[in-house]
Design a binder for this molecule. Structure first.
Ligand code: GLN
Length: 233
């Protein structure tokens, strides 16, 4: 049996549950007890073998988690129990040990990834964009390593920090091209995205992506991640 939770305080949790179910139906047999569940309480979290933290707004997710007493159980799940966790966009931000571009006074993070992330790296909502990204780890998941990358006020990993006695930080993907786009009807806008910017990382049981696979119908990353989770159980 495998129970995967999706943190359901704010953001794209329903979309993640749909893609987890789609991925699970393609990799597990009918009689395997797979469940993807919404997580809002410490009791719900305690039932989970692994967790996805969706995109949304990291300040809001962090605030609600604090208010509802879920922040410490989340830290314990990720950093003490070391159960598998995958964060997308805001979820990635929450899983980093340090974040730049936060509001004055910062924001409470779950932490666990020895990296510093830069929030809203590409600019404001207007500078959101979609671009194919190369994900070499998807090589076994079909005939292409290209994935539709949806970046909405997306973060990038701006620095890999010393990992102490924890596992090494693996860079799973980088932006292939500099992001330059003309805004329709507006002056030419050049965002801050540079070729080489880190957009996917993994450190031991923790994975993070800058973009939102949950806003596509492509379940390949979900399939790949579920297989990693099963392997580690
Ligand atoms: N920039 C947002 C934040 O700080 C994340 C955006 C997203 O998840 N689409 O939370």
């Amino acid at each position: 049996a495998l129970t995967v939770g999706v943190l359901a305080l704010q953001g794209g949790f329903i979309e993640h549950i749909e893609l987890l179910n789609k991925a699970a139906s393609s990799i597990f047999s009918q009689d395997f007890a797979f469940e993807a569940v919404e997580v809002r309480t410490a009791q719900e979290l305690a039932r989970c073998d692994a967790l996805v933290i969706p995109g949304g707004e990291s300040t809001t997710i962090s605030f609600v988690a604090q208010q509802s007493g879920l922040l410490e159980p989340l830290r314990d799940f990720v950093k003490v129990q070391k159960k598998p966790v995958w964060g997308t966009c805001a979820g990635l931000i929450l899983l980093c040990d340090e974040a730049n571009g936060t509001k004055k006074g910062g924001q409470a993070l779950i932490g666990g990834l020895s990296v510093r992330v830069h929030r809203n790296h590409f600019g404001r909502q207007m500078e959101s964009f979609a671009t194919p990204v190369d994900l070499p780890f998807l090589a076994g998941e079909g005939n292409s390593e290209q994935f539709p990358g949806i970046f909405i006020r997306a973060p990038v990993v701006e620095e890999v920090l010393p990992h102490g006695d924890g596992p090494e930080v693996e860079v799973l993907a980088r932006l292939a091209n500099r992001v330059e786009r003309a805004k329709a009807g507006l002056s030419l806008a050049v965002t801050k995205g540079d070729a080489g910017d880190i957009i996917a990382v993994r450190q031991g049981s923790i994975m993070g992506t800058s973009f939102h696979p949950e806003l596509t119908s492509d379940a390949r990353i979900h399939s790949w991640w579920l297989k990693q989770v099963i392997r580690g159980l």
